[in-house]
Design a binder for this molecule. Structure first.
Ligand code: AMP
Length: 439
């Protein structure tokens, strides 16, 4: 079934066509009719399912008629990147509608945002902190608001934004349509949904299971040989678009530097980057200037780069939800992707949890010709810290890094260029990798 049954205006159909969408994704199929009817919707869907267009298309349709030059739709998103991606989707899909979308987030000058808000952009896509500032200073006047979208609500909660969201809600007209999207449904989000949604239609698409278009594989290895094994895996992936996850921002930074030093087009996305650096990394990865992006969970939230072909977990994530989210970055919108995870014996319990979640055993792979018995370049204990066994504080990827990575209220974060004292989690990478690359 195509988009015909939804009766979108030809101006919107043109946008759908220009993006090459031939048929709605499951979340779009199930949520667009109730949204078009003006119903509140609770959407349980992760990024990668097409949820942005699921709300953007009906919103554009609604805004085509009625007043212009006033803000009528507000989308709240947890990170700047996600806000930019949603804005892009509105721009592309609504190119022929003449409707304007504006992004609002911290870390950049407020001036253009104030002008855009005063000019009455019909659609505002915002991170909560900076929007609250604009509300308090009177630049954002939501009295004509008709639709509110709360996107990635669980991430909003993770990053500590729910109090700001609640403050914003107090300023919005009570009579409105509200759509709430979340990949998971922790109690706080259930509570929020109960507060803000009126007789919602609940739409759920496989939110607990990674996309079926992804093939998963585990690469058992000792900690000290991870870097070398990664180098070999990267040789096999060729000129692909590879997203690599590490447990901490320090490991991300260091790994990206090593890869770059050894001639790979690699960059990193982690909490210590300024807004401009984050943008350059993301855009460079999207445009193909970099084919490897090393990221932490938090810094990667909301990344929407549809051509990612491989996700590699250099470090096992801490939770099955995090695994689902990481893997959700590949195999987007029915493209296929590969998800590789380097696992040490300490990861066994998490592997079992993930297999239970998937309902299937994940293939274990051994790389032909790789010397698994080689002497590790570093002791395994150095780099790996499981939850419940916290390592040195500086080596943990915690909530503070998280908040800085996506926070919309703080200015550009301090960029750290110093080497982490004490440990050398990527120990031995340079020499071994260098030899491999020079062949
Ligand atoms: P999202 O879950 O909104 O982040 O969307 C994930 C990716 O799927 C984005 O790159 C969208 O452009 C793409 N997408 C959304 N809807 C469709 C569709 N109906 N057909 C093909 N691709 C789509």
């Amino acid at each position: 079934m195509g988009f015909t049954p939804f009766n979108f205006d030809p101006k919107i159909t043109a946008g759908i066509r220009s993006l090459g969408y031939s048929k709605p994704t499951p979340i779009q199929l199930r949520s667009m009719s109730p949204i078009l009817q003006g119903r509140d919707v609770l959407g349980l869907a992760q990024t990668g399912t097409g949820k942005t267009a699921a709300f953007a298309l009906p919103i554009l349709q609604r805004l085509l008629s009625g007043p212009r030059n006033v803000t009528r739709a507000l989308v709240l998103a947890p990170t700047r990147e996600l806000a930019e991606q949603i804005h892009e989707a509105f721009r592309e899909l609504g190119r022929q509608t003449g409707l304007r979308s504006l992004t609002v987030y911290g870390g950049v000058g407020a001036g253009p945002q104030v002008s855009g808000l005063r000019a009455g952009a019909e659609i505002v896509v915002a991170c909560p902190g900076r929007l609250l500032d604009h509300l308090q200073h009177g630049a954002f006047k939501p009295s004509r608001l008709e639709v509110l979208v709360i996107d990635e609500a669980d991430r909003m909660f993770d990053m500590g934004f729910l109090p700001d969201v609640r403050k914003i809600l107090k300023h919005l007209p009570a009579h409105r349509q509200t759509l709430l999207f979340s990949a998971t449904m922790p109690d706080d989000i259930r509570g929020l949904a109960h507060e803000v949604l009126r007789q919602p239609v609940t739409v759920q698409v496989d939110h607990t299971v990674p996309l079926a278009t992804v093939s998963h594989a585990l690469y058992p290895v000792v900690e000290g040989l991870k870097s070398e094994l990664l180098a070999r895996i990267l040789q096999q992936t060729g000129n692909s678009s590879v997203l690599i996850f590490t447990r901490t921002k320090h490991r991300a930074k260091r790994l990206a530097k090593r890869l770059h030093d050894e001639g790979q087009d690699a960059t990193c996305l982690q909490g210590n980057l300024s807004q401009n650096q984050r943008k350059a990394a993301l855009e460079g990865f999207r445009d193909g200037k970099f084919n490897i992006l090393v990221a932490t969970d938090i810094a990667s939230r909301g990344i929407d780069i549809s051509q990612i072909t491989h996700v590699i977990n250099f470090d096992m994530p801490d939770t099955t939800d995090a695994y689902t989210h990481r893997i959700g970055r590949t195999g987007r919108a029915a493209k296929t992707g590969d998800a590789f995870t380097l696992v040490t014996h300490e990861d066994e319990a998490m592997v079992r949890d993930i297999e239970r979640r998937l309902g299937a055993r994940i293939e274990r792979r051994k790389l032909e010709g790789f010397d698994y018995a080689a002497r590790p370049a570093q002791p395994a204990a150095h780099a790996h810290h499981r939850p419940g066994h916290p390592g040195p504080k500086h080596a943990r990827g915690g909530h503070h890094g998280a908040k800085r990575a996506g926070a919309s209220r703080t200015g550009p974060a301090h960029q750290s260029t110093h080497a982490e004292p004490g440990s050398n989690p990527m120990g031995g990478f340079r020499g071994r990798f260098g030899r491999l690359r020079r062949r």
